[in-house]
Design a protein around this ligand. Structure first.
Ligand SMILES: [Zn+2]
Length: 379
C-alpha cells in the first residue's frame, strides 16, 4: 500500500516536473531571441601570441579596427589570453547594437515598472500594496516582450548580428572561445589552437532582463510602504468620533484623557494632499481640513479643543549637552501635525537620567506629549 502510494506520488511529481520543464522551454522559445550559426569552439592557450590578418572576421571586408572578444558572465572577471579580433565598423556597430538592446530591455523593465507605480500612486493612491506588485509585474512583462520586436536571424545565415567571438569558459589547456567565423577558426588553428565544429548560439541577456524584472517586483512593495507612511490619529475631544480620510473611514475613536504609548489609531495613508473629516456619533462635523502628508516625517492627526496642547519634550542623556529649546510646542491651528522632529516615544514622558550617566556619550531622546495647555511646560 505504501509502495503504491509512493510510486503514484513519484508519478505525479515527475508529471509535474515534466510540465514545468515544458513550460520553461516554451517561455524560452517565445521570449528569447537566440541567434544560431554553424561555427566552432576554440581552445586558446594562455600566454599565446596570436596575430590576425586585418580582415573583418565577420564579413571578410578589409579593416583596420579590432575589438576584444565579448565575455560570457562566467568569465566576466579574471585573466584571458590577449586577443583582438579584427572587426569592421559595420560589424562592430551590429554587435554593439545587440548588447545595447539587451541592456535596454533590462533597464526597460525597471523604467516601465517605476512609471507604472508612479501612475498607480497618482491615479489610485488608496490601492493596496498587492496592486503595486501586480502593476510592476505587468510593466516588467511588457518590457521583456519588447524582445519579440527583435529580428530573428535564421539558422545558418551569414547575417550575424551578435558578437563575432566570445570567451565562454576556461579549461586546463586555455580559454574557450566560441565564434561563427570560419576565417577566425582557420587563422587560430594555423597558429596552434585546437578547434571543434559546433553550433554557435548567441546567448542573450535574458537572465539580466529577468533579474531586473525580479528587482522591480521586490521593490514594488517597498515603494508602496514608503508612499503610504503611518499616520497616528488621536481623539482629544470629549465624545467618540469617526475620522474619514478622502471619504474613507480611517478610524473610530473614543476620547483619550490620559497618555499611553498605544492610544489612538495607526493607519497607513498615501502621501500627498488628503482631506480629513471628523464627525461625532450624531454625524455632526467637528473638523474638516485638507493637508499635505509627506513620507519622510512622522505625522499626527488629533482633532481637539483649544484647551488641549501637544508638545515634543527633548531630554539629554550622558555627556550630551541639553537641547535648546527643551520643549517644542505644536501649533494649535490645524489638527494635522507633521512633526518637526523625529520622536523616540509617543505619549509618554522621557525617563529621568541615571546619576552616573555623564560617563557615557548619551544622546537626546524626544517624546511627543499631550495634555491640558494649563499644565503643558513652556519652552
Ligand atoms: Zn565586417
Amino acid at each position: 500500500m505504501i509502495r503504491w502510494q509512493s510510486s503514484r506520488f513519484a508519478k505525479i511529481l515527475s508529471r509535474f516536473a515534466g510540465t514545468l520543464r515544458e513550460l520553461r522551454a516554451e517561455v524560452r522559445r517565445r521570449l528569447r531571441v537566440v541567434h544560431r550559426a554553424p561555427g566552432s569552439r576554440l581552445i586558446v592557450p594562455f600566454g599565446s601570441l596570436l596575430t590576425l590578418e586585418p580582415v573583418c572576421c565577420a564579413c571578410g571586408a578589409p579593416c583596420s579596427s579590432s575589438r576584444p572578444p565579448a565575455r560570457a558572465p562566467r568569465v566576466a572577471f579574471g585573466p584571458l589570453p590577449a586577443l583582438e579580433i579584427p572587426t569592421c565598423p559595420a560589424c562592430t556597430s551590429n554587435a554593439v547594437a545587440h548588447s545595447r538592446f539587451e541592456l535596454v530591455t533590462a533597464l526597460g523593465a525597471v523604467v516601465f515598472s517605476s512609471t507604472a507605480l508612479i501612475a498607480l500612486f497618482v491615479a489610485r493612491p488608496w490601492a493596496a500594496w498587492p496592486w503595486a506588485v501586480l502593476c510592476a509585474a505587468a510593466a516588467s512583462a511588457l518590457a521583456l516582450l519588447l524582445r519579440l520586436a527583435r529580428r530573428r536571424v535564421p539558422l545558418g545565415t551569414t547575417a550575424w548580428h551578435a558578437a563575432v567571438a566570445r570567451w565562454i569558459g576556461r579549461s586546463s589547456e586555455g580559454a574557450v572561445l566560441e565564434s561563427p567565423s570560419d576565417s577566425l577558426r582557420a587563422q587560430l588553428v594555423a597558429q596552434g589552437c585546437s578547434a571543434r565544429f559546433d553550433v554557435v548560439v548567441e546567448r542573450d541577456a535574458f537572465a539580466l532582463g529577468l533579474c531586473s524584472a525580479g528587482c522591480s517586483l521586490a521593490l514594488a512593495p517597498l515603494l508602496w510602504f514608503h508612499a503610504h507612511p503611518h499616520l497616528r490619529i488621536l481623539n482629544l475631544g470629549e465624545t467618540p468620533v469617526e475620522v474619514a480620510i478622502d471619504g474613507r473611514v480611517a478610524a473610530e475613536l473614543p476620547p483619550v484623557w490620559t497618555e499611553a504609548p498605544n492610544v489612538g489609531a495607526r493607519v497607513r495613508v498615501p502621501i500627498g494632499w488628503r482631506s480629513f473629516v471628523t464627525r461625532n456619533k450624531g454625524g455632526e462635523v467637528l473638523d474638516r481640513s485638507r493637508a499635505w502628508l509627506p513620507s519622510d516625517a512622522p505625522a499626527l492627526y488629533a482633532p481637539r479643543p483649544a484647551s488641549h496642547c501637544l508638545w515634543i519634550e527633548q531630554r539629554a542623556y550622558g555627556a550630551t549637552p541639553a537641547p535648546i529649546p527643551s520643549v517644542v510646542r505644536l501649533s494649535t491651528g490645524s489638527p494635522l501635525h507633521v512633526l518637526p522632529l523625529r520622536v523616540d516615544a509617543w505619549f509618554q514622558a522621557n525617563p529621568a537620567p541615571a546619576t552616573d550617566a555623564r560617563l557615557f556619550s548619551g544622546g537626546v531622546r524626544r517624546a511627543l506629549r499631550f495634555g491640558p495647555c494649563a499644565v503643558a511646560p513652556s519652552p
